[in-house]
Write a protein that binds this ligand. Sequence first.
Ligand code: 1GP
Length: 236
Amino acid sequence: MENILQHIQSSRTQSLAVLIDPDKFNLKKSSQFIDKVNKSLATHIFIGGSRVEDKITEALILAIKPLTNLPIVLFPGDASQVSNQADALLFLSLVSGRNPEYLIGQQIKAVSKLRNSDLEVIPTGYILIEGGKETATQQVSNTKPLSAFQEIIDTAKAAELLGMKLIYLEAGSGAQFAVSEKIIKAVKDEINIPLIVGGGIRSKDALEKAYNSGANLVVIGTAFEEDESFFNEIKR
Ligand code: 1GP
């Protein structure tokens, strides 16, 4: 069977991940929320956040797993959020930053959980890009987002050359500005691996723009958290 990375790579249609932050999600609303996800264009459910209490992530996965056939992919802010109950893990390295803890430290801490797990582990170059306001990722990782055009492109290429299998361009959750079409296009032209784009995407138009610029997968969290009627805009 095709794994999750192969599917993102080979899929002719673009993918959409609904991001659930375990810290903000009300478990009692699981079935109502997941029902809307199932009826939307979403192809994946991503789970993760910058600050999440221990064990909440696993409880969330166990609650939603019986409610959907969509793959559940961990997008963890730190090693404590790694759970064998998911289908795959974005094994993120924050390559835009210069904080060793988020380049390699948390990854080492995750190994004891991964050694005997059957999670699909997807090495991902995670690039934080200036999105108009200070985001949780920035605060927690104590790193600065990139804004220089060539540096963003070179960072993505370096991550690919290091062997990363995905690049994630992140404007930050709730960003004021999503990653620009110009940046998405330029990175897409430079790399030969799939591209994920997220942060600050709040409309169907912005979603289309990201796809048309070359995103293979778009991640949306805040727009759904703030207003579930957004699901109606992106119905199957
Ligand atoms: C954040 O890229 C994701 O890590 C999604 O961002 O919450 O702004 O949609 P939003």
